[in-house]
Design a protein around this ligand. Structure first.
Ligand code: FE
Length: 199
C-alpha cells in the first residue's frame, strides 16, 4: 500500500486536525511512533517466545493466559489488552490477521507492518491462507492444519512459533534473537541461522 492510500490520507488529515486544534503536537506524535518502533517493538514478543522455549512452566502459563504472561515481564508502557497466544506444532500452523482493520498486539510486537493493514492481506488470509503463506516463503506440508485468528479490539493474538532444530546450544537471550516479528504473526517460521530483522 502506498502512502497515498485512502487510510494514509485520512490519518494525515486527522493528524493535521488534532495539531490544528491544539489537542496533539507533532512532537507527541513522533514520540509515540518512536516509542513503539524502538522501545516496544517485536523484541518484547521475542523475549516471551524464547522464555517459553526454555521454560515449560512459563510456556503453559503463556498459552493459558497470554495477558498474565505479558505482565510477568513488566514491559515498559505495554498497552494492556487481552492477549491470546496460539502455539505452532508439527500438526498446526497459526497465522494472525485483523479482517476488519489492523488490530495488533502492540505491547508485544510494536507497530504493525504496512502489509498487515493491506486489504489484500486482510481478506486473502482468510480465503486462501496457504497461498498467502507461500508468498511469504512459508511452504507448509499439505497435512498441516492452518488456523487463522482474527484479531479484534478486544482480543489480540500472537503466535508461539516452533523452536527450530539445531538451537539446543542457545540460551534464552540468543534464542530471542532468532524470533522474528513475522514468525509471531505466523507468516514466517523461525530459522536457527536467522538474525532478527526488526521492523
Ligand atoms: Fe482491527
Amino acid at each position: 500500500m502506498s502512502d497515498t492510500s485512502i487510510p494514509a490520507l485520512r490519518a494525515e488529515a486527522l493528524e493535521s486536525l488534532l495539531i490544528e486544534k491544539g489537542l496533539l503536537s507533532e512532537a507527541e506524535i513522533d514520540q509515540t511512533l518512536e516509542f513503539y518502533n524502538e522501545r516496544v517493538g517485536p523484541m518484547n514478543g521475542a523475549r516471551m517466545v524464547a522464555r517459553a522455549w526454555v521454560d515449560e512452566d512459563f510456556r503453559r502459563r503463556m498459552l493459558a493466559d497470554g495477558t498474565a504472561a505479558v505482565d510477568e515481564f513488566k514491559f515498559v508502557g505495554g498497552e494492556v489488552q487481552k492477549l491470546v497466544v496460539v502455539e505452532n506444532t508439527p500438526e498446526v500452523h497459526n497465522m494472525v490477521v485483523c479482517t476488519l482493520c489492523s488490530c495488533y498486539p502492540w505491547a508485544v510486537l510494536g507497530l504493525p507492518p504496512k502489509w498487515y493493514k493491506d486489504p489484500a492481506y486482510r481478506s486473502r488470509s482468510v480465503r486462501e491462507p496457504r497461498a498467502v503463506l507461500a508468498e511469504f516463503g512459508v511452504e507448509l506440508d499439505p497435512d498441516k492444519e492452518v488456523r487463522v485468528w482474527d484479531s479484534s479490539a478486544e482480543v489480540r493474538y500472537m503466535v508461539l512459533p516452533e523452536r527450530p532444530a539445531g538451537t539446543e546450544h542457545l540460551d534464552e537471550r540468543a534464542l530471542a534473537e532468532i524470533v522474528s516479528r513475522d514468525a509471531m504473526i505466523g507468516v514466517a517460521v523461525c530459522e536457527s541461522s536467522a538474525v532478527r530483522q526488526g521492523l
